[in-house]
Design a binder for this molecule. Structure first.
Ligand code: FEO
Ligand code: CA
Ligand code: CA
Length: 652
């Protein structure tokens, strides 16, 4: 059974790029750690013997010998990738993993060939951007379930100056060293790519000269702002006195897609791009410090908040892109809130309304849910155009009794009034974080992807880590202080599979797994019984589900424990629930992003982000040159396509 011992945490891992800016909430609960580690008291109170049975499947590996029952058998039949951490990527036996597109490859028809020694901003604006993250597959033709032809929308989250350009010593000196042309290249390397891909004779390739292909970049693509915050005074700039038109999108991390076939891209760490002093109170809560990680503000006025004080407010939104219409202007959907959106994954609730889940990825930030006012129309794409502008955003409070309460962020309700500085719904949404603080939600251990399992309707929340949680800040949902390994929460909305009510005010929740080595008691890890040494992981970031509803988790930070980041798969239900297996391992320096299946589950697209990144790794002397391995060619973030050699479903 589950360990009842308190979990000592003695590992310390620094994560300097994630400085918490939520100083508004003390620990919401102050009870004993042991009580939080094991919520059987709560389960008993709920009388949920089914859940107890499910929990019984989770055991530290060390405890297995004591169990007489035979080891559970996973429905995932592939053999774990061995523990290798080198300059290559590795996939389970019997599979191929081919590079599909890399940083600098052509996206637009007239893109020039990539020359890393003579790169220009104009070339980059037509080429595949840097640091691919989220991937979504949209079948062609539109409305079909095709699995051999479609469009991929891919996020380019951030750039890595020392690895992109010669002569830059390290990240710290990069902002001061970067030239105006290099700043232009980095700006153009941010954003989104839309590419057309096709499988011919079993092999996937990018379709050249596609009429759908386009770069949506931070450099030149115009976005419309829609929803309650459009036109807000705090969104107005000298280039856009209306506060309704923004050039570009920034730090696009994960995202999602809508049932009507549009792409949702999440603007995450927008704070780190803006230079200069500014006393704007809003910025404190978002960490816009004026000391950016990038040197653009010296060259481009809109990244200098002394010149354009409102520019940062124009980022930190969810954007919607129609991949099927290259002429369609992308839209910033302000009704979904303003924060460091990790993702925006949607699901149709039992009554036909659209629900979008989104995490705010920073230590001690919150989990959000948007519920549309209108219902989804699957017969008429255009009829859904307003669903992401009119709805209610709520924030989650995880209660100790095993329930989660969704607290609506509605102007005029509770503390969200003029007395607290909120004169309209637009004010509430612009300052989503401060508004949420007043409702006392649960500060979490860095909420990354939060997404509904399409088979069961249960919602999985990745909490990547939080090394700043102290013993008196642990709570039922964030059970470990100095949580360096991260964990996964399963939220259970009411209703049976197929008719799940994602709009309900109250769900139940439980811990699905806790990262760490199950053999090391001090880690307090929790995986399904039978998880091998190759199968455990830490730092869950992205999640995807195959057509059978099995859970595929991509990690970001596992190298802190001397293991490569990669992709891990497990059953969500049954005797092998939570039994994790290693399917893919990244090359050194890289993290795993964007797992994305075709509708038939026979193809898996993966994003290899920041290969070769690491202390002292530069363009001139990189840690590796993945994937080209050619002298003079730096490492290149790339999309890899994985297929089974006999065409079987992924996971076989
Ligand atoms: Fe961009 Fe939260 O990872
Ligand atoms: Ca992420
Ligand atoms: Ca990440």
């Amino acid at each position: 059974m589950l360990s009842r011992e308190p979990v000592p945490q003695d590992l310390i891992v620094r994560d300097d790029d994630d400085i918490p800016s939520n100083t508004s909430t003390a620990a919401p609960f102050a009870a004993v750690l042991e009580a939080r580690l094991n919520r059987r008291g709560m389960l008993g109170a709920l009388g949920s013997t089914a859940l107890l049975g499910v929990l019984g499947g989770f055991l530290p590996r060390g405890a297995q010998a004591a169990e007489d029952a035979p080891a559970p058998v996973s429905t995932l039949t592939f053999k774990d990738v061995p523990l290798v951490h080198d300059a290559s990527h590795h996939v389970a036996e019997g599979y191929d993993a081919q590079v599909l597109i890399r940083w600098g490859d052509a996206v637009a028809k007239d893109a020039p060939a990539f020359d890393p020694a003579a790169q220009t901003a104009a070339a980059q604006a037509k080429q595949f951007g840097y640091n691919n993250d989220m991937i979504a597959f949209f079948p062609l033709p539109v409305g079909s379930q095709a699995s051999d032809h479609g469009l991929l929308c891919i996020n380019h989250e951030y750039t890595n100056t020392p690895l992109m350009f010669p002569g830059i010593a390290d990240e710290d000196s990069a902002p001061g060293a970067i030239t105006v042309e290099q700043a232009g290249i980095e700006i153009a390397a941010h954003g989104i790519s839309v590419i057309e891909v096709k499988r011919t004779d079993g092999k996937w390739a990018v379709v050249p000269d596609s009429t759908y292909a386009r770069r949506i970049s931070l450099a030149e693509t115009e976005f419309t702002v829609s929803g309650p915050v459009a036109g807000h005074d705090k969104l107005k700039t000298s280039a856009d006195p209306t506060g309704t038109r923004v050039i570009g999108t920034i730090n696009n991390c994960a995202g999602g897609w809508t049932p009507w076939g549009t792409y949702l891209s999440a603007e995450e760490n927008f704070h780190q791009y803006f230079a200069g002093k500014n006393g704007e109170p809003i910025y404190k809560r978002y960490g816009v410090s004026g000391k950016p990680a990038y040197g653009w503000g010296r060259h481009v006025a809109r990244f200098d908040i002394e010149k354009e004080p409102n520019e940062p407010n124009r980022f930190g939104w969810v954007v919607e892109v129609d991949p099927y219409d290259p002429a369609a202007k992308p839209i910033k959907r302000t009704a979904l809130g303003h924060f460091k959106h990790e993702n925006a994954s949607s699901v149709i609730s039992a009554d036909g309304r659209l629900v979008v889940y989104s995490g705010d990825d920073e230590r001690f930030e919150y989990v959000y849910r948007y519920v549309s006012t209108g219902k989804v129309n699957l017969e008429d794409r255009a009829a859904n155009a307003g669903l992401l502008d009119d709805g209610v955003l709520s924030v989650a409070r995880f209660n100790e009794d095993g329930t989660v309460t969704w607290l609506p962020l509605v102007h005029g309700q509770g503390p969200l009034t003029a007395e607290n500085g909120f004169n309209s719904q637009a004010d509430v949404l612009l300052e989503t974080r401060r508004a949420a603080d007043l409702l006392k939600p649960t500060p979490m251990d860095r909420p990354e992807d939060v997404e509904a399992n399409p088979v069961t309707g249960r919602v999985y929340l990745m909490l990547t880590k939080n090394d700043r949680r102290t013993p008196d800040q642990v709570d039922a949902a964030n059970q470990r202080f100095n949580n360096v390994h991260g964990h996964v929460i399963e939220m259970i909305p009411p209703g049976e599979a197929g008719a799940v009510d994602h709009t309900a005010e109250t769900f139940t929740w439980d811990i699905f797994l806790r990262g760490g080595d199950p053999e090391k008691r001090a880690h307090g890890a929790k995986f399904g019984k039978g998880t091998a040494d190759t199968g455990w992981f830490a730092n869950p970031d992205n999640v995807a589900f195959d057509p059978q509803g099995r859970v595929w988790i991509a990690t970001d930070g596992f190298p802190d424990f001397d293991r490569p980041d990669g992709l891990f798969a497990m059953d969500a239900e049954g005797e092998a629930r939570g039994l994790s297996k290693r399917f893919f391992a990244c090359p050194q320096g890289a993290e795993m992003c964007g797992p994305c299946f075709t509708p038939d589950g026979t193809t898996l697209f993966l994003a290899i982000q920041h290969p070769g990144e690491g202390d002292g790794s530069t363009f001139d002397k990189p840690l590796n040159r993945w994937p080209d391995n050619v002298d003079g060619m730096p490492p290149r973030p790339a999309i890899v396509v994985v297929t089974h050699r006999e065409g079987k479903p992924i996971g076989t």
